[in-house]
Design a protein around this ligand. Structure first.
Ligand code: NAD
Length: 488
């Protein structure tokens, strides 16, 4: 694909793979399952960003005027090429990210659904009111593209998350620049090979690799119009503030601390596999992952026993090995952060029921593996119950009733997701009304909205108004213009 000078990735600007102009030392891209360096990613600087923005700016007028069916035909070709390369892309995701192969395939499925949903731009058709005043006056709304848009995306879903944004932006007639995670740039670079093959006009969609300096250069660029980002909440606030200060509209998704409430009326054998998948899928590196498990009433003891037993069965290993059920975490640094939280939990007085720290995968001694960990006796005010750990660690808390469980959830500064397992419709109704989170699961461990719905966090998990995916994306990527018209 886009490798140069041995193993340094190229940027894709103006319809060509180009060497980054920046002289900064490229960053290694590691296979977290083996510790091998796979490639290096350039730290693009203001010159690289300027080239990408200029290419996107120059391509905009023609792309915006390209008839909608023609624009959609490029996206449809890309969707078909994407569909023909799913196996190859899944392997690339597993190699650069660590998640097991079927999780990588699941990520691609959701990206594919977004590529398909973006072909349905019925939300682009504005409203019309004929004869709304005497003199045969007609009033109507036009949706117009906004210009050059950009996406800044995280490591944990290297392909799916860019697809929450760019297909919609392009369908609406905008041009685009993607700055993917510097930790997982390979699969998305391969997607840009497919974009090239789909023959998009030069400059319509561009890829610039780099770290936060590339993001800063993008945000400061005068021409850029809209910013979509997905990141930790710290980064979210940095990006949202800079975007606002530079006069850009933004939609910035942030971090999470999600709770799963378990009512005493559930059948444990049914719900426990869903809780385990929620907490340990993707090695806990999902923004919708369960982290705190709140047992309501007298189910706490048997729930704890069943969760520990099931977690012990999880086979940790290299993502490409068919027997692996949980892969490594993304990096040595991430592993150290997660181990730091386990040490903090012990120091705070929580009881470590299952310790994943000494997990070894003998064939891959340099991989960043952690086994599943479980803390019991966790109090809501402990750091491990409040802060995002983003790794395979479960906290068990207790509540006397649903009111108390919901109060614990609503104390959180985050508001991304919350899940309830119950057999009671009234408990579900109360949970739905009173829980302050953007994504709710009722007997669902991972409430990930399908593309017709917006992907919507709240509170400290989101900055902006319009969310990613679906019709919200169409609104975000268009300006509304109202025309009032009569003819004499
Ligand atoms: P991150 O914040 O380290 O990086 C995300 C992106 O922001 C990368 O492209 C990175 O280069 C850039 N970036 C990092 N620091 C920056 C800074 N100071 N200024 C400008 N740009 C900066 O996040 P990550 O570790 O890649 O991803 C994990 C985080 O993303 C978790 O907190 C997770 O909850 C969150 N996430 C949220 C959602 C959601 O929908 N809310 C989805 C997936 C991941």
């Amino acid at each position: 694909m886009s490798l140069v000078g041995g193993d340094v990735l190229k940027n894709y600007i103006g319809g060509r793979w180009v060497v980054a102009q920046s002289h900064k030392i490229p960053l290694p891209v590691e296979n977290p399952g083996t510790g091998d360096v796979l490639a290096h990613v350039p730290c693009s600087d203001t010159r690289d960003i300027a080239s990408a923005v200029e290419a996107a700016r120059d391509a905009f007028p023609l792309w915006a005027r390209t008839p909608l069916p023609k624009r959609l035909s490029f996206l449809s070709d890309l969707r078909d090429l994407f569909g023909a390369h799913l196996d190859e892309l899944a392997r690339l995701i597993t190699i650069e990210h660590g998640k097991v192969l079927h999780e990588a395939a699941g990520e691609l499925q959701r990206a594919f659904e977004n590529a398909t949903k973006a072909l349905d731009v019925s939300a682009l058709s504005g409203r019309i009111l004929p004869n709304m005043a005497s003199g045969n006056i007609t009033e109507y709304e036009r949706r117009e593209p906004v210009g050059v848009c950009c996406g800044i995306t995280p490591f944990n879903f290297p392909v799916m998350i860019p697809f929450w944004f760019f297909p919609y932006a392009l369908a609406c007639g905008n041009t685009y620049i993607l700055k993917p995670s510097e930790q997982t740039p390979l699969a998305i670079s391969r997607i840009f090979d497919l974009i090239h093959e789909a023959n998009f006009p030069p400059g319509v969609i561009n890829l610039v690799h780099g770290d936060k300096n590339a993001v800063n250069a993008l945000l400061r660029h005068r021409v850029l119009s809209r910013v979509s980002s997905v990141s930790s909440s710290f980064t979210m606030d940095v990006i949202a503030k800079k975007a606002a200060a530079c006069g850009k509209e933004y939609q910035c998704q942030g971090g999470a601390k999600n709770s799963i409430v378990v009512m005493p009326d559930v059948a444990l054998e049914t719900v426990v596999p869903h809780i385990i998948d929620s907490v340990y899928g993707n090695a806990g590196q999902r923004c919708l992952a369960g982290s705190n498990v709140i047992a309501v009433g007298d189910i706490a003891g048997s729930l704890q026993e069943a969760l520990v037993a099931r977690a012990l069965d999880l086979r940790v290993g290299y993502g490409l090995d068919s027997e692996s059920m949980m892969g490594p975490v993304i990096s040595h640094k991430a592993k150290q952060r997660i181990v730091g939280y386990i040490e903090k939990g012990i120091a705070e007085g929580a009881r470590l029921l299952l310790d994943g720290r000494n997990c070894e995968v003998p064939e891959y001694p340099n991989g960043h593996y952690l086994g599943p960990s479980i803390f019991g006796d966790v109090a809501p005010e402990m750091a491990i119950a409040k802060e995002e750990i983003f790794g395979p660690v479960m906290m068990l808390l207790r509540a006397r009733n649903l009111d108390e469980a919901i109060a614990m959830i609503n104390m959180s500064e985050y508001g991304n997701a919350a899940m309830l397992f119950t057999d009671s419709g009234s408990a579900a109704a109360q949970f739905e009304y009173e829980t302050a989170c953007g994504n709710l699961g009722i007997n669902i461990g991972l409430p990930a909205p399908v593309p017709p719905f917006p992907f919507a966090g709240m509170k400290g998990s989101f900055r902006g108004n319009l969310h990613g995916q679906g019709d919200d994306a169409i609104s975000f990527f268009t300006n509304k213009k109202v025309v009032i018209q009569r003819w004499f």
